[in-house]
Design a protein around this ligand. Structure first.
Ligand code: 13P
Ligand code: SF4
Length: 319
């Protein structure tokens, strides 16, 4: 415990000294989330992380999250130094959407407006017309659908399928998935709900359709935290990464949160409601990058400029 306090103190000093700010996602270790808040940084969903990083005056941003979040920060602010505690922290959606294969997919469907999820590489974003996060994806596709546009969507098939169902848009889906949310199970959730009849079910839309179908609220991480705070219920079953419980508990003290069931047999559960890449962010490697300046995120400026168009479209839409 003492070591933890010392580490946090040293990190806070260095952030000040180096005019750096810490931007953290809700799924990272609770110590990093607390530190981000205590030092004037932010802890948020991927949309707010992007906006906060872009608008903050700091010369250096430390992004505690996964690679696409660091890349988005760099694309929006190429003049800033973006550091990450571990450059190998990636995302199964990003890994499952190879830029060349994706370009071929787009080439085969030139009549479609290309909408990609934030959880992708800079090269994939560069090929897209729009980038969206889970908090605005539905509204943006509804907007495009109202204009009569046909959509090519990548990479998350569950989020894409959910948006398709809600909007009725013509969407061609890439077949990617998040290895954490893909583990949530509808049947087990139904059984759990039977023993907690008063509980409300909060679901991130990267979850399978059978889980989404049982939800009282479907939303981005920020939207789920807000629901936990404002809904008139004392108990919640939460289908997303368990890192979110720290903030939910703070936002709604006294309420009870239960993580939704993953695989029936825990031996087959690879990720058990916690993202292995988010978990690569810790106090020690954060201190290391602050001390050394190592682990800078680089994005090819030409690719970055192209990718920025699709991100800016979303930010303008969501403004
Ligand atoms: P949010 O945009 O809801 O924060 O989601 C990001 C993510 O990676 C969820 O798995
Ligand atoms: Fe990617 Fe899933 Fe991890 Fe989010 S939780 S970063 S979508 S693997």
């Amino acid at each position: 415990l003492d070591e933890k306090i010392q580490l946090k103190k040293r990190i806070a000093e260095l952030l000040k000294e180096k005019q750096a700010v810490l931007v953290a996602h809700y799924y990272v270790d609770s110590d990093l989330q607390d530190l981000a808040e205590e030092t004037g940084g932010c802890v948020s969903d991927s949309l707010e992380m992007a906006r906060f990083g872009r608008d903050h005056a700091a010369k250096t941003l430390i992004v505690a999250g996964v690679k696409f979040m660091g890349e988005t920060a760099k694309i929006l602010s190429p003049e800033k130094t973006i550091l990450m505690p571990d450059l190998d922290a990636t995302c199964s959606l990003d890994l499952g959407c190879d830029p060349e294969e994706f370009a071929a997919f787009c080439d085969a469907h030139p009549d479609r407006t290309v909408v990609v999820y934030a959880n992708t590489s800079a090269a994939v974003k560069a090929r897209a017309d729009w980038m969206v996060t889970s908090s605005v994806g539905l509204d943006i596709v509804a907007h495009l659908h109202a204009q009569g546009k046909k959509i090519l969507w990548a990479p998350d098939k569950h989020l894409g399928g959910y948006i398709q169902k809600q909007t009725g848009a013509d969407m061609l889906l890439w077949q990617g998935s998040c290895l954490v949310h893909d583990e949530f199970k509808g049947i087990e959730l139904e059984i759990l709900k039977e023993s907690h009849p008063e509980a409300k079910i909060l679901v991130h839309p990267e979850s399978p359709a059978a889980v989404v179908a049982l939800a009282d609220v479907v939303g981005s991480t920020s939207q789920l935290i807000n629901a936990a705070k404002t809904m008139d219920a004392q108990e919640f079953i939460v289908a997303t990464d368990n890192g979110i419980l720290h903030k939910m508990q703070m936002a709604a003290p006294g309420k009870k949160f239960i993580v939704a069931p993953t695989a029936g047999n825990s031996a087959t559960c690879k990720s058990c409601a916690h993202c292995p890449w988010m978990a690569m962010n810790g106090l020690r490697n954060l201190l290391h990058v602050l001390e050394t300046g190592e682990n800078q995120i680089q994005v090819d400026p030409v690719v970055g400029k192209e990718a920025k168009r699709s991100i800016d479209r979303m930010l303008d839409f969501a403004a």
